[in-house]
Design a binder for this molecule. Structure first.
Ligand code: DC
Length: 217
């Protein structure tokens, strides 16, 4: 079974997909984490420009491990899962994800994981490019203000938490990058079901999508 969940940053795709995966015995694949791993590499090696990062791709091995169903992201054998959530890595991931060679580098791996497992895969282009034949496609969204305040609540617990206004500005900038890039832009696939979670609680969204899955599969 292949379920695709796309939508803008901060819509809750990952946490909602994780909960559904647990309830329905699926593997949750967070493809954003793969782009984040490449973004982290680009920061560490100061190669954020297209030509530089494209040249380095043969040595950038991104793989996923699933420990107790929970995804860990490996970058050249190093577990980088805990280093890829900062605002700096978010922007780097958004930048490198617009480069065609970077997308091609990750596409085969994403398709392979989905062909070998029952997955719920989240990202920006899962329904449109990675899994065009998915059993169910969801486009999960919420207003930018709502997404920024959710992200802010997560970051608030951490040291160096940016101000809410900064989180909102970052969110809008990333949305623009993701929607306007030439290749595999963020968009709702024609046959995707739109779920706007602005006015919905977490469990409400989970139950709603689980019901859609049960109806469809
Ligand atoms: O979902 P996220 O915020 O972790 O994603 C990080 C960046 O990666 C985001 O700016 C867009 C990009 N991305 C993408 O281009 N395609 C995907 N399938 C997943 C993420």
């Amino acid at each position: 079974m292949n379920i695709a969940i796309d939508g803008p940053g901060g819509a809750g795709k990952s946490s909602i997909s994780r909960a559904i995966a647990e309830d329905m015995n699926l593997i949750h694949v967070d493809t954003g984490a793969m782009y984040r791993a490449i973004g982290l590499y680009a920061i560490r090696h100061a190669c954020l420009e297209e030509e530089q990062i494209t040249e380095k791709l043969p040595e950038i091995a991104v793989t996923l491990r699933f420990i107790g169903g929970v995804q860990r992201v490996m970058l050249c054998e190093e577990d980088v899962t805990d280093y890829i959530r900062s605002p700096e890595v978010s922007l780097a991931a958004s930048k490198v994800s617009a480069f065609p060679a970077v997308r091609a580098h990750l596409l085969d791996l994403q398709k392979k994981i989905a062909s070998e497992n029952d997955v719920i895969m989240d990202g920006r282009d899962i329904g449109s490019v990675v899994l065009p034949d998915a059993d169910l496609k969801i486009f999960l969204t919420a207003s930018p203000e709502e997404r920024a305040s959710r992200r802010y609540l997560e970051l608030k617990e951490k040291p160096d938490c940016p101000a809410y206004e900064e989180v909102l500005a970052d969110m809008i900038r990333r949305d623009e990058n993701d929607r306007n890039r030439a290749i595999a832009p963020l968009c709702q696939a024609e046959d995707a079901v739109l779920v706007d979670s602005s006015e919905m609680g977490f469990h409400e969204v989970v139950t709603h999508i689980e019901n859609l899955i049960k109806e469809k599969v």
